[in-house]
Design a protein. Sequence first.
Length: 270
Amino acid sequence: MKKYNKLIAFIAISVTLCCLLYSFTTKRDIANNSGWVQLFNGKNLDNWTVKIHHYEVEDNFGNTFRVEDGILKVRYDEYEGDFNDRYGHLYYDEPFSSYHLAVEYRFVDGWYDTAPEYTLLNSGIMFHSQDPRTMPKEQDWPISVELQLLAGITEGVPRPTGNMCSPGTDVVFEGQVDPRHCIESTSETYPVDEWVRAELIVHGDSLVTHMINGKKVLEYTKPQIGGGVANGYDEKIKIDGTPLKKGFIALQSEGQPIDFRKVEIKILED
């Protein structure tokens, strides 16, 4: 009887150890095979910080950035009067250097019609950005690089998305520092209300690739501080020629409602 009990105990311990080992191996393999981390949890704005032009950091004026029905929304229904250049950005609270970022977005109707005309069906994803806590109240745009998001306005007129814009920065395109504020991508034109997947593959201060719906649409190198467009910044921050090796990721608000249903990142080796 004692031998039987010892055998049962041995079998039970063996089964438990096997289950634990299988569980550990399975979780490890899932992590190794996926590697994607969700930056937007689908519930709230935890781990995100707002900075809107004319307001102090963390002041989410007009409930501009909100989460409803599992979607991160940019809205202006609580605004009154002139838009007054109240450009805003929602920053994830951790800086990144080399990574693969994927964002799924769609434009919706409701453009705030006193915003500048160029903001119609226009938004963006800022990266390698300065920390929002280093931005004065009256700084309009963060020193950053932007993956610009656009939708078609006039039927039959191309308006590609996934462009590069450069508030307070420069990039090297086709072998030289490009003087343009924005460089157009080769993407297709997408309509309002259609979900689009925009991706960034960033390797520190070297190569940057833009992808739209799985296709490479733009590539450039050596993002660095420089250029114009950004205003009201602390001059100690903007040292032209400084390589941008890492920075914050932010979702943009500039007068056009937009939805984000996924923001995920995979860290890459430098």
